[in-house]
Design a protein around this ligand. Sequence first.
Ligand code: 5AD
Length: 354
Amino acid sequence: MNQKERIEQLFETGILPRKEMRALIEERDEESSEELFAKARIRKKENFGKDIYLRGLIEFSSYCRNDCFYCGLRRSNTKAQRYHLSKEDILTCARQGYALGFRTIVLQSGEDLSYSDEEIADIVRSIKKEMPETAVTLSIGEKTYEQYLLYYKAGADRYLLRHETADPVHYAKLHPSDLSFENRKRCLYDLKKIGYQVGAGMMVEAPFQTLDNLVEDLFFLKELQPHMIGMGPFIAHKDTPFKDMPSGGSELTIFLLGILRLMFPKVLLPATTALGTIDPYGREKGIMAGANVIMPNLSPKSVRGKYMLYDGKISTGEEAAESIEKIRKRMEAIGCHVKNVRGDAPGMGPENRQ
Ligand code: 5AD
């Protein structure tokens, strides 16, 4: 098959044989990228029109019990600035987000064990009670089935937990031995079973990542059928074991966004902060390749510089939630329209909760 045929088949059927998927990525060039993105925009338009959904991201704690080799929040990083927000601080952020038009709040943190499950549930419950038309997404790491169920019963709608890489051997090169792909997978399937809208995803151009790893990621996602896929380039952080590893660029990530849109026409696909960090127009390019979600930062300004997953992470300027008008304008400039709605995965709205 040539590139045109591969893209056509992917467009028509949503899948390619592994070998052809690999070749599609390997042989990408400007022409095939444009072809892919044009098809991705067709699929996006069919399912979402011009709409772009916003998520207000509250990074409520930078403490983490884990020691992932790539992440600036890893527990061995003694230089990391640690903070955690109180329930009141979190609610204040959520209210500000609501006033700005956000109808999804994402509560993200390192795996900070100082919040009890009841406290997390209470924060979720309070947001839902005060702002019932707001969806709450949690992104707080690996937990047990019972914990996930408790948060769901408190009203959480969605959960983000990137699988990071679907190859257990590669997984072990990115994480210490107490973390495993097996448990990651268990978490993702538990979340689906409970009824969450689930987000998985991987870093692109992570250390030791091969093209076959990426193909494996795509096929893992096909099996999992997540509602959301968060994918951005790896960016080195100076106080981690991967400090001298090369960071990814935007080009491969954007190509993969196009592939994901054809594989998953209805998936919620953010143009991520990492993509906006590595490329000033990364967000726009991601949207033009099939992404349909943007996640501006709603954390209090005083802590934004402290949630440093990687070097240079953008958190002010047009990235920030208070610059929402600029974000709206930038989206209008590329023919899209930011909508103040929850933006659920199709068929997964509040009326479908179990
Ligand atoms: N570069 C890019 N992304 C990173 N993440 C963590 N560290 C880095 C890094 N150095 C991503 C992981 C995690 C998400 C919250 O941030 O994929 O799941």
